[in-house]
Design a protein around this ligand. Structure first.
Ligand code: SF4
Length: 378
């Protein structure tokens, strides 16, 4: 049984083999990607026999919804069970007129960021392009009929650029006019900064917004917080980011989770200013929310405000992200771990900030674009 959401020529080839006109594959995709069909039976303009043949050859959904949580602020999170039993998370965020989905690219993550739930068990496997696309389509179906998705942020579980071969075709499908129809400018890809992969993305020139997770202004601290940095180094990350900026013309966002007493000092703020000097950058500062059992603390108000003031006084564009959906463990990896552990019905109030999927109440510099809940989307 093939997954029909898997991008590629398989459906067109199947239609040709079954004597169907070439446009039939496009019509079927239109039902699935843009029409919100749940099954082949919903495709009312298809001959009944064809619907049965399709159902015998293809499955529409490769996942099942293990959990579906919603908060009063409209944030909805799905815990999806994959065909092999693994679980991933994806989130729908409502912010004014924006309808943003945050999607995962891997089961787990190999990057090992110390404050992130997704990386605690390492990476298990890459998601297929169809599994990535399926998250978008499932979340789109949570919206009422008169609403459409407006933005996609790729900053759920996993390092997106470690699965670029599958991510790119999935995001191409997201842009199709017959599907979600979300333009490249409204798609944000987040990365810890893998220079070779950033260069591949630069060469592909897809026009996506790139967000680089820094979290520290120097190699020593960054390697402590983002262990993969030991094999890369901040200078190479910034150089690759600059090449993306030069090729795309799009200002990059730099993510900075503010950990109390760790990376929130005035000196570190000044060092960050130095790192970003001469660059068109927006800094997303994400004050950490303490989680029981983890050693990291929230920054004090004084430390946070001092850090922000140093950046702003130096002319750096800054945005502070406040959490949304914390009650449903909206940070990536939280719900999956909670389900694997307790499998209790109630979501935990605690959550760890990870790749940043929490939106809203932001205090943005006047020059900054309006941001989605978690990342900058233009
Ligand atoms: S923050 Fe992102 S890159 Fe780091 S471990 Fe978590 S999912 Fe991976």
């Amino acid at each position: 049984m093939h997954h029909i959401l898997e991008p590629g020529p398989l459906l067109a080839e199947w239609c040709a083999e079954h004597g169907q006109p070439a446009w039939r594959a496009r019509a079927i995709r239109r039902w699935l990607h843009g029409g919100r069909a749940e099954s082949f039976a919903d495709m009312s303009d298809l001959p009944r026999g064809l619907r049965a043949d399709l159902a015998a050859a293809f499955t529409v959904w490769s996942t099942t919804v293990a959990r579906h949580h919603r908060t009063e602020d409209g944030t909805e999170k799905l815990l999806l069970q994959l065909a092999d039993g693994e679980r991933i998370e994806c989130v729908l965020l409502r912010d004014g007129q924006r309808r943003t989905v945050c999607i995962s690219t891997q089961v787990g993550c190999a990057m090992g960021c110390v404050f992130c739930a997704s990386g605690l068990d390492g990476v298990i496997r890459n998601l297929s392009a169809g599994e990535i696309l399926e998250q978008v389509l499932r979340l789109a179906r949570l919206l009422p009929g008169d609403e459409r998705l407006s933005h996609v942020v790729v900053m759920g579980m996993g390092e997106p650029l470690a699965n670029l071969d599958r991510l790119l075709p999935a995001l191409a499908a997201v842009q199709e006019a017959d599907g979600p129809g979300i333009s490249a400018r409204r798609i944000t890809v987040s990365t810890v900064g893998l220079p070779k992969a950033i260069d591949r993305l630069t060469a592909a020139n897809p026009g996506y917004h790139l967000a680089v997770s820094l979290h520290a202004p120097d190699d020593q601290l960054r390697t402590r917080l983002v262990p993969v940095n030991a094999a890369i180094g901040l200078a190479d990350v910034m150089a690759a980011a600059d090449r993306y900026w030069e090729a795309s013309g799009r200002r990059l966002t730099y993510e900075y989770v503010l950990l109390g007493g760790i990376n929130d000092s005035p000196r570190q703020a000044r060092d960050l200013v130095t790192v970003l000097a001469g660059r068109a950058a927006l800094v997303n500062v994400i004050p950490y929310n303490a989680v029981a059992g983890l050693p990291w603390k929230e920054p004090t108000t004084a430390a946070r405000e001092g850090f922000l003031a140093t950046l702003r006084d130096a002319g750096v564009n800054v945005q502070v992200r406040r959490r949304k959906g914390a009650r449903i463990d909206a940070a990536c990896g939280q719900l999956r771990r909670a389900a694997a552990g307790a499998d209790s019905a109630e979501p935990s109030a605690a959550s760890t900030i990870v790749h940043t999927i929490q939106p809203t109440s932001s205090t943005a510099a006047s020059t900054a674009p309006r941001m989605p809940p978690s990342h900058p989307i233009q």
